[in-house]
Write a protein that binds this ligand. Structure first.
Ligand code: NAD
Ligand code: TDX
Length: 333
C-alpha cells in the first residue's frame, strides 16, 4: 500500500487521523474534503507542507472527480459525512445526498479500480438506543434520527458491494468521540467554549442520556489496525468503555473551569433522542489486540486544556470568520 484516500480529512476525526497516519506510516495521503461549514483547513495546520500530503477540495458525490482520484489509490477511508444529529432533524436531505449517495459514489469507483481496502467510518448510532446491555456487531440496525438512518443506509450499501462485487471492505462503528479540533456544535466542545465565554449551557431533556465516550486518538489507532489487520468483510465496534450521563459531563466541565452551575439550563429535549449508547468492543480487542489508552478523566482534562490554549481556533469558528476566509481563498473553485 502506498497511496490512501482519506475523505472528510478537514473535519474533526479525519484531521486527527491524517496527522496520526503521517506520523505512523510512510504512505502518501490524499484528503478529499468539500469544506462544508465544519471542514476547516486550520485543523491541518503544519500538515500542509508535508510532501506526502495532498489536499483536494471537492465532494464525494462528484463522480468524475472521485473516479479520477480513486484510480490512483490503494485504499479508501471514508470519514466524509454530515455528522450532526440536530442538523439532520432540521434538514435531512443533505444527509441523504452526502452520507448515502456520496458513499455509493466512492464504492462504485473503488470497485471499478479494484482498491485493496475500503473502510467505512460508521457510528454506534446505527444500532438505535440501548435500553439495556451492549451493542455487538450482531445487534440489529435500528436508527432513530435522519442522521443515523443515513449512516445505516450507507453501511448496508457497503455490505452489498462486498457481497455482490467482492469489494474488500470493513465497517467500523465507534462511540462518541471527543478531543482537539471537534466542531463546537457537539456536546463537549460546545459546553467548554460556552463556559469559557460565560454563556448558558443547554442540556437537553433531563440530562440523563448516556453516551460512551472515546478519545479521538484511540479511535484513530483502531481504524489503523482495521485497515492493516481487519478481516475482509467484517464490522468492528469501537468503544471507550466510558459511559457517562450528559449532565455529569457538563458538571465536570463547569467544575474544571471554575464556573458557576447556574450557567446550566435544562432545555427542550431533542426529538427522538436516544437514551443510551453502549458499545461492546470485545471483537476488536480480542482479534486485533486494540484497547483504549486514554482514561476519560485524563482525556477530558487534556481536551479542556486544548480549548483554553486554542481560543483563536474556536473563536474564529463561532464568529464565522473562518467561513469568510475560505470563501475568499477557495470561493472560485
Ligand atoms: P465532522 O463533521 O467534523 O467532519 C466531516 C467532514 O466531512 C468535514 O470536513 C466536511 O467538510 C466533510 N464533508 C462533508 N460533506 C462532504 C462531501 N459531500 N464531500 C467531501 N467532504 C465532505 O465529522 P466528524 O465528527 O469528524 O465525523 C467523521 C466521521 O466519523 C463521520 O462519518 C461520522 O459519521 C463518523 N463518526 C463520528 C463520531 C463522533 O463522535 N464525532 C462517532 C462515530 C462516527
Ligand atoms: O447542546 C447540546 N445539549 C445536549 O444535551 C448538545 C449539542 C447535545 N446534547 C446532548 C445530546 C446527546 O445526548 O448530548 C449528547 C451528545 O450530543 P452530540 O454531541 O450532538 O452527539 P450525538 O448526538 O451523541 O452524536 C455523536 O456521536 C455519534 C456525533 O455527533 C455523531 O456524528 C456520531 O455518529
Amino acid at each position: 500500500m502506498e497511496k490512501i484516500l482519506v475523505t472528510g480529512g478537514a473535519g474533526f476525526i479525519g484531521s486527527n487521523f491524517i496527522r496520526y497516519m503521517l506520523q505512523e506510516h510512510p504512505y502518501h495521503i490524499i484528503n478529499l474534503d468539500a469544506l462544508t461549514y465544519c471542514g476547516n483547513l486550520e485543523n491541518l495546520r503544519g500538515v500542509e507542507d508535508d510532501p506526502r500530503y495532498t489536499f483536494v477540495r471537492g465532494s464525494i458525490t462528484d463522480r468524475k472527480l472521485v473516479d479520477g482520484i480513486i484510480k490512483d489509490v490503494d485504499a479508501v477511508i471514508n470519514f466524509a459525512a454530515e455528522s450532526h444529529v440536530d442538523r439532520s432533524i432540521e434538514d435531512p436531505e443533505i444527509f441523504i445526498r452526502t452520507n448515502i449517495l456520496g458513499t455509493q459514489t466512492l464504492l462504485e469507483a473503488s470497485r471499478k479500480h479494484g482498491v485493496e481496502r475500503f473502510i467505512q467510518i460508521s457510528t454506534d448510532e446505527v444500532y438505535g438506543s440501548a435500553e439495556k446491555g451492549y451493542f455487538t456487531e450482531e445487534t440489529p440496525l435500528a436508527p432513530n434520527s435522519p442522521y443515523s438512518a443515513s449512516k445505516a443506509s450507507a453501511d448496508l450499501m457497503v455490505r452489498a458491494y462486498h457481497r455482490t462485487y467482492g469489494l474488500p471492505v470493513n465497517i467500523t462503528r465507534c462511540s462518541n468521540n471527543y478531543g482537539p479540533y471537534q466542531f463546537p456544535e457537539k456536546l463537549i466542545p460546545l459546553m467548554i467554549t460556552n463556559a469559557l465565554e460565560n454563556k448558558p449551557l443547554p442540556v437537553y431533556g433531563d440530562g440523563m442520556n448516556v453516551r460512551d465516550w472515546i478519545h479521538v486518538l484511540d479511535h484513530c489507532r483502531a481504524v489503523d489496525l482495521v485497515l492493516h489487520r481487519g478481516r475482509v468483510g467484517e464490522v468492528y465496534n469501537i468503544g471507550g468503555n466510558s459511559e457517562r450521563r450528559n449532565i455529569e459531563i457538563v458538571e465536570l466541565i463547569v467544575r474544571e473551569l471554575g464556573r458557576d452551575e447556574s450557567l446550566i439550563r435544562f432545555v427542550e429535549d431533542r426529538p427522538g433522542h436516544d437514551r443510551r449508547y453502549a458499545i461492546d468492543a470485545s471483537k476488536i480487542r480480542n482479534e486485533l489486540g486494540w484497547k483504549p489508552l486514554y482514561s476519560f478523566e485524563e482525556g477530558i482534562r487534556e481536551t479542556i486544556r486544548w480549548y483554553i490554549d486554542n481560543r483563536d481556533w474556536w473563536e474564529n469558528i463561532k464568529s464565522g470568520e473562518y467561513l469568510r476566509y475560505y470563501e475568499r481563498m477557495y470561493g472560485g473553485r
